[in-house]
Design a protein around this ligand. Sequence first.
Ligand code: ZN
Length: 279
Amino acid sequence: MEVGLSHTDAFVKLALLDGGSFLGDLSRLHAGESGTFRMYNWAFYIAHQGRHILWDLGLDEDRSCYTPWVNKFMLDIVNHVGPRRTIVQQLAQRGVAAEDVDTVLFSHAHWDHSRPISDLFPNAMAYFGPGTRVACQPGHMRDPSLQWDGRFFDPENSTEKWDELHGVWKPFGPFERALDYFGDGSFWILDAPGHMPGNLAAAARLQDGEWVILGSDYLSSAKETIAKIGLLETKFGAHTALAHDASWLKKGTDQVLMSLLDDEMRVAAQEKIPYDEIP
Ligand SMILES: [Zn+2]
């Protein structure tokens, strides 16, 4: 299964977190269709060697935590809802305190994945992919018409502890640039260009040796990245969990991905998500 990906026995603990949802526009998904559908928004929790890490944060119901641009051009339109159990509550149910979270990795800087963390996770440092800073500075505090969040990207008045990911990028399967995050081959951050500058995906090795790809967002413009993730599935047997994809939860047949759910999400996958309801 893992031949050619990473020769290791090391593994991480990986869990899916409910990051809320919003109403997506069908016409953007299928030409010729109209109407809306519920777009779910997953985040992930990764534990390894005493570390507690989040991959994306999903949505906060509180509009005041978003920039004016996001409020005007997104939230006025998409009817977003936060998760029924906040990310902090979901972590607590897994025995993890907010103070324990040391790192939040953001797949990219879009509002439905990233937001300031200093209030929620006081001991955490945030990371974005290389190229994010140049693309997103200075952000909304300098100019309210900018969509990017100045609390991260304002060169002088940022409030958030964050950096771009640095390290030795090396090949991982079909990806030319990947970061062996813990240094033991169990968790790789993948440079996955196409969606926006700094866009990342990740590959996590579970205890049973299976690989789960955190595919975050990619649009049809990211053909190369889509092809590479496809190769990870077909050639290497990896299982992909995209940030907005609920199809595998509805089917419920991929036991590797289903193992990422807690009991309440397992029930929601059967009783709520198939009907576009809030989990
Ligand atoms: Zn997204």
